[in-house]
Design a protein around this ligand. Structure first.
Ligand SMILES: [Zn+2]
Length: 432
């Protein structure tokens, strides 16, 4: 296997983190850092990172990787056909190591404050560094890596092969297991009165028919989802702990029917935690919610996605990691689709305060049903066009992607009527 050696005085766990991320994408790429013991007689490709360029070595100018918190790079759209960060005058044209670390350690998000957030405390796509040309629709980091690898190949007559990943998964968020069924008498009565007061007679009739077992509950879509025969890891159910009728409207984990449903779902697919609305302000709630769900499925929970995609970086990620969560699926825009962290590969959450890579893996989430319906107001055809483009980028880079849907998004007689027939097409793409 051809070795690549980085000669640098800027060795750090940050640099190692970035190099690990790059080399994991290839089958035959091994990158080693050489610092004080560097010898110019070494076999393989030599990259000089920082310092004064010497001889014929490939040179990348150091632009601040180890002081990234103080950096505020501006995306440059002029130099290449895709935006870059940390532009420099060297062989590559920018400091790729600082640029990747800046993205994967969520630097742009850490610099935003409550003025930049919506009423749910979420960050809009308009604050993304590549918003200007919506180039967060591309996995920019993989474009950077491909350029870097191409140059190394050309200079050294070598070929590096991308690993085959291409895993596409679907996450069903269960925010409300049933629309009408198995609710307390007070909630059912409140709903009934609401339908009457708001003159929603169709809803009223539907409610009565469901409660009289004449019609299936519109959110009871579990058998329907099961029929697609997705493999175990192609579908994950994220189950919300219901403790707030308005924001966390799920049924109680103590309800026997709900427990039965979760147990049945867990036989074919992983169950993930779906931490409730206020867990970002009160992370202590995470532990209780995890334990309550684990008590039902009787195995440890390792996957999680924040309800409403509400997340505080780094606090929520640190709290999840501490709790033993290994896979998070919360990093996604609420108001657009794309690659929020700039990549279509999973990466470890980097804990800046302790200067270490953690065991928590952040998975790239590229799209969500509600984003299309409520924020983008797309037709079915537009949704498929958008998801198709995003998935072709993922497959081009042999990456992975996760798409969020809800058990309640098949209510075609109500707000989801324009999406009738869409999901079956999406499933075909996920399976192929
Ligand atoms: Zn949710």
């Amino acid at each position: 296997m051809p070795s690549v050696h980085i000669n640098t005085n800027f060795n750090s766990s940050r640099l190692q983190f970035v190099l690990d991320f790059i080399q994991k994408q290839f089958t035959n790429l091994q990158i080693r850092i050489k610092d004080s013991a560097f010898s110019s007689n070494i076999e393989g490709i030599i990259i000089q990172y920082g310092g004064i360029p010497s001889g014929s070595h490939y040179y990348i100018s150091y632009q601040g990787l180890n002081e990234i918190e103080n950096m505020d790079p501006i995306a440059d759209y002029e130099k290449m056909e895709f935006p870059i960060l940390f532009k420099s005058e060297d062989d590559l044209g920018f400091d790729i190591f600082s640029a990747i670390f800046w993205m994967l350690s969520f630097q742009f998000e850490r610099k935003l404050n409550s003025r930049h957030k919506d009423q749910h405390g979420r960050i809009s796509c308009i604050h993304h560094p590549f918003y200007k040309k919506r180039q967060y629709k591309l996995p920019i980091i993989e474009y950077w890596i491909d350029l870097f690898i191409k140059q190394l190949q050309e200079r050294n007559q070598l070929v590096f092969h991308r690993k085959i990943h291409g895993e596409i998964s679907l996450g069903i968020d269960i925010d409300q297991a049933w629309k009408y069924k198995y609710k307390s008498g007070i909630r059912s009565l409140g709903g009934l009165m609401g339908s009457i007061i708001k003159l929603k007679y169709n809803e009223l009739i539907e409610r009565i028919e469901v409660l009289c077992n004449i019609r299936k509950d519109p959110f009871d879509t579990y058998q329907y989802l099961n029929q697609f025969d997705l493999s175990r890891n192609q579908l994950i159910y994220f189950v919300l702990n219901g403790n707030n009728p308005k924001l966390d409207p799920n049924h109680s984990f103590s309800h026997p029917k709900f427990r039965q449903l979760i147990q049945w779902l867990s036989t074919n697919h992983p169950i993930g935690l779906h931490p409730s609305y206020h867990t970002i302000e009160e992370p202590d709630r995470l532990k209780d919610q995890k334990e309550m769900l684990e008590e039902i499925i009787t195995i440890p929970l390792t996957k999680s996605r924040q309800h409403y995609l509400r997340i505080l970086i780094p606090d929520t990620l640190s709290a999840l990691e501490e709790l033993g969560i290994r896979d998070d699926y919360s990093i996604s825009f609420f108001d657009d689709t794309g690659f929020r962290a700039g990549t279509c590969h999973a990466f470890y959450y980097y804990d800046l305060s302790n200067e270490r890579s953690t065991n928590l893996i952040i998975h790239p989430v590229i799209a969500m049903d509600r984003t299309y319906l409520q924020y983008l107001k797309y037709s079915s055809a537009q949704v498929l066009h958008d998801i198709g483009k995003l998935l072709s980028e993922v497959r081009l880079m042999n990456g992975e992607a996760h798409i969020i849907w809800h058990n309640s998004s098949f209510d075609f007689k109500a707000e989801w009527k324009t999406f009738d027939g869409l999901f079956e097409k999406l499933i075909q793409w996920i399976k192929n």
